[in-house]
Design a protein around this ligand. Structure first.
Ligand code: ATP
Length: 265
């Protein structure tokens, strides 16, 4: 399933990026010697697709996201966006982390405006900030400051700050990981709404098996470090998904089995 941008007021209507990861391996130099973190990863994210990565702690998930974001080069292999090699960060690929990292002295509006300001286009594109705030339902909080927001609201500001750049790829590193479970569930649905309206491709790292299955078109299970692709689970359910769907329970069982966990619930 590919997200489509049909909402006239969405304001963010970029085609999703096609990301291709071919034969990627990665090592870090640590005092004990070279530490291999990724081992021959082949993976693609189709335009408008939502792909989630699951894997044991420390296996290399965030490292793979950093390589895709262009924050560092892979030791071996090739990563392309729409057939062009990814060599550096680019506003078409935005990373959202677990911590919203808002500037406390800037209002919500000014935090969201940061990317446009940095690129010197804010004056001409002020309306985009309003549109992004509308997308995440925070129009009424435009003048608020970060200390006046709940954790969920702060993370919605972080998403608006990403969306204002019209990303073709959203790189999501445990973006809901610090939220309480009820807020997290609500934000999962919001994230799907945003994705369907905006049309970006998404690559998500999460530790939450249910979250991965609820959100993604495909869930990639990685092995222990050095990470290899252990399994690919196609989530063959339309959106919006029902959390109690029997198929999700089946797929959860499958994912846990690939993660080496015996699902005896
Ligand atoms: N810059 C770095 N220098 C050296 N080692 C690093 C560096 N970044 C990550 N590592 C190591 O690479 C391995 C993979 O780290 P990474 O953060 O990618 O794992 P992860 O799967 O995202 O972990 P978690 O699920 O716990 O967040 C870890 O052993 C980590 O210590």
């Amino acid at each position: 399933m590919v997200a489509t941008a049909t909402t006239a007021d969405a304001g963010v209507r970029q085609a999703g990026a096609h990301i291709d990861i071919r034969g990627v391996s990665h090592w870090f130099d640590v005092p004990a010697g070279p530490l291999q973190v990724l081992d021959d990863i082949d993976l693609s994210v189709k335009p408008g697709e939502f792909v989630a990565l699951l894997g044991p702690s420390g296996c290399g998930k965030s490292t793979l996201l950093r390589l895709v974001a262009g924050l560092e080069p892979a030791t071996a292999g090739r990563i392309t966006q729409d057939d062009a090699p990814i060599t550096r960060p680019d506003p078409s690929r935005i990373v959202v982390f677990q911590d919203p990292t808002l500037y406390p002295w800037r209002s919500v509006w000014d935090n969201v405006a940061l990317g446009l300001q940095a690129r010197g286009v804010l004056k001409a594109q002020r309306g985009r900030v309003d549109e992004a705030l509308k997308l995440v339902g925070l129009t009424d909080f435009a003048k608020a400051f970060p200390h006046q927001l709940s954790g969920g609201m702060a993370q919605r500001v972080a998403l608006a700050r990403a969306l204002v750049n019209d990303p073709q790829l959203l790189v999501l590193d445990e973006p809901l990981g610090k939220l309480d479970s009820l807020t997290r569930i609500a934000m999962q649905s919001e994230l799907i709404n945003l994705w369907q309206r905006a049309g970006f491709s998404a690559l998500l790292v999460t530790h939450d098996v249910e979250e991965a299955l609820f959100l993604a078109n495909r869930v990639i299970v990685l092995s222990d470090r050095p990470a290899r692709i252990a399994a690919e689970i196609v989530v063959d359910l339309p959106y919006p998904r029902h959390r109690g769907h029997a198929r999700l329970a089946e797929l959860r069982h499958e994912a846990l089995r690939h993660l080496g966990l015996d699902a005896t619930w």
